[in-house]
Design a protein around this ligand. Sequence first.
Ligand code: NI
Length: 175
Amino acid sequence: MTMDNLRYPIGPFEEICEPTDEQRNQWMMGMTEMPSMLRQAVEILSDEQLSTPYRPGGWTIRQVVHHLADNDMNAYIRFKRALTEEESTASTYRQNMWAELHDYEAPIETSLVILEALRSRFAILLHGMQPYEFLRTFTSPTHGLMTLDTALQRFDWHGRHHLAQITSLKKRMGW
Ligand code: NI
């Protein structure tokens, strides 16, 4: 298995342009199911297992879980700013430095609860959106001009991407 497969177990993000309502509904469903799948994947792991990097030189499972919560908080704010402001510019954050801060040693339960609450509230926001609102844009310093359609797909992909890093490590280790 190559390093790329370890790092991108579900492959890189691939955008679907001009999605249908049905596709949007699938992403919304996927993103609301993810927290319980994550909980199922990590809740029986020991402290030592949580401290294991998902790949050589990569984040530990604990860091991945806290990163997911931090990513989602940032993404939610980014999304809401794009819904309410004209030409908003998304803020970035130094994710590798965040992963070294002390709160990444917190019990993973703290981030599981954030993910469950945030994603259920995000889903309510998304279900109330009209199709034309998904065409609203914001500027991402790393990806350029982005529609909320793309942001939703990225959000869904990002959660599944990190979940798969954890589940593929568990499979390799026979956990
Ligand atoms: Ni990430």
